[in-house]
Design a protein around this ligand. Structure first.
Ligand code: GDP
Ligand code: IMO
Ligand code: MG
Length: 424
């Protein structure tokens, strides 16, 4: 059975959750490898909606093991709430959920720092989710972060937390002029989480490699999208982890030679939440139309998503960065009422025409899209269950996308429900 990495190829919210849920039936383990509860992955089963933030989207299949890898940053309060809410809905969350003891913990000071930094940036803000993701990864890289294993070692936890709170309180007071946190309160609060988390803690790398050794297969669930990757994305308007396929091996402790396939998920158009360059962004009329039809509001923060035409230059770049074998196209149905559909095939920077995605933010801001226009199919696709039954013009659109990005399409999704997707 193959081990598969699934990543978003745009700026997140491509519909990864839905596709992970679909593919889960063919694997044994589903593993998150980066990010935290900045993610919001939606799965709809028979009209019931589940939005997963930290728990892998495979959790709705009770015979599969879900793992939160070492590359993830974990807010225990959010995780415990998510587990409770899933259980309330009748979903089994027991020893079928494992969490790496090397995953870093998000503390209240991370969340406060996230918000203060954004506020201070003013107009130049990133538009983060405010969940403390960036500051937690900052501590990880600074080597003062606290990992889940530390939470279970009383003296280590006490000393590390004390050191962090003393340092952060000085910054809160002297740089931002605001109050910090009481060590005693945070210490007491976090010690309580032990009883909820204990049975889920594991050595992620060992669990997964042991599973592979006996022929089990793993699905690596990417969060965010390629252009939010800290190295390859539209820096600094990115998240703080590696959301490209390479992040899967680092964030789980499974070596690259164990990976058999990489699947990329792309929306039939493009969306972005937060700030940063977005060459194919719509002007107001189309923005409203697609946002409403596609229900483009953030699954985590509820913010309206910025929408635009499909950018083939961007996704082609993603295909290369992630070595994508297959592409899944989601939300094709959202374009059902468009008379004409555009695909971005290049950019103009001043008088220069380019067909690649520039790496520097200055050029990116100046990119003006060059479009190819195709006729819309102007027909409802939400009830279609077979690829060959799609309208001819929709097939033409998909074929052109595939040709431009240099990857074959393996699944097409035409609605939010689990059943509204088919293999090509
Ligand atoms: P993720 O973060 O990549 O998992 O994506 P989100 O869950 O944040 O956003 C995708 C949204 O589109 C969710 O509300 C899904 O229920 C919905 N969705 C997924 N696939 C389709 C589709 O093919 N058509 C429509 N109309 N909605 C879809
Ligand atoms: P899923 O997994 C879309 C964006 C934020 C912001 C930037 C940095 O659901 O696709 P952060 O809080 O991570 O420091 O914010 O990244 N962002 C996402 N956008 N989908 C996501 O996750 C995102 N996670 C973070 O809006 O622009
Ligand atoms: Mg999302």
């Amino acid at each position: 059975m193959p081990n598969i990495i699934l990543v978003g190829t745009q700026w997140g919210d491509e519909g990864k959750g839905k596709i992970i849920d679909m593919i889960t039936q063919d694997v044994d383990y589903v593993v998150r490898f980066q990010g935290g509860n900045n993610a919001g992955h939606t799965v709809v089963v028979d009209g019931r909606q589940f939005i997963l933030h930290l728990v892998p989207s495979g959790i709705l299949h009770e015979d599969k093991i879900c793992v939160i890898g070492n590359g993830v940053v974990v807010d225990p309060e959010v995780l415990i709430e998510e587990i409770k809410s899933l259980k309330k809905k009748g979903i089994k969350v027991d020893t079928n959920l494992l969490i790496s003891d090397q995953a870093h913990i998000i503390f209240p000071y991370h969340k406060m720092m996230d918000k203060l930094r954004e506020a201070q940036k003013g107009k130049g803000k990133i538009g983060t989710t405010g969940r403390g993701i960036g500051p937690c990864y900052t501590d990880k890289a600074s080597r003062c972060g606290i990992r889940l294993a530390d939470l279970f070692n009383d003296s280590v936890f006490h000393d590390k937390l004390k050191e962090n709170i003393d340092e952060k309180n000085t910054i809160f007071c002297k740089v931002y002029g605001c109050d910090g946190f009481s060590f005693d309160e945070v210490y007491k609060q976090y010690k309580k989480y032990r009883q909820y988390l204990k049975k889920h803690i594991c050595n992620c790398s060992q669990v997964l490699n042991d599973a592979i050794a006996i022929g089990k297969s793993i699905l690596f669930e990417g969060a965010q999208g390629t252009f939010l990757d800290i190295d390859h994305g539209t820096y600094p308007f990115v998240t703080s982890s590696n959301s490209t396929a390479g992040g899967a091996v680092i964030g789980t402790g499974v070596g690259p030679k164990r990976i058999d396939k990489v699947i990329g998920v792309a929306k039939a158009y493009t969306t972005r939440v937060g700030e940063g360059p977005f060459p194919t962004e719509f002007s107001s009329v189309m923005m409203e139309k697609i946002r409403t039809k596609g229900k483009e509001f953030g699954a985590t923060t509820g913010r309206p998503r910025r929408c635009g035409w499909f950018d083939a230059v961007l996704v082609k770049h993603s295909v290369r960065l992630n070595s994508i074998d297959e592409i899944v196209i989601t939300k094709l149905d959202v374009l059902d009422e468009c008379k004409k559909i555009k695909i971005c095939v290049g950019y103009r920077i001043g008088k220069r025409l380019i067909r690649y995605f520039p790496s520097d933010i200055g050029s990116l801001w100046r990119c003006k899209p060059v479009y190819e226009e195709l006729p819309g199919w102007y027909q409802d696709t939400t009830r279609i269950t077979k690829y060959e039954n799609l309208p001819q013009k929709a097939l033409k659109y998909l074929n052109r996308i595939s040709e431009l990005i240099g990857a074959g399409i393996s699944i097409v999704s035409v609605g939010s429900d689990r059943k509204q997707a088919f293999k090509v």
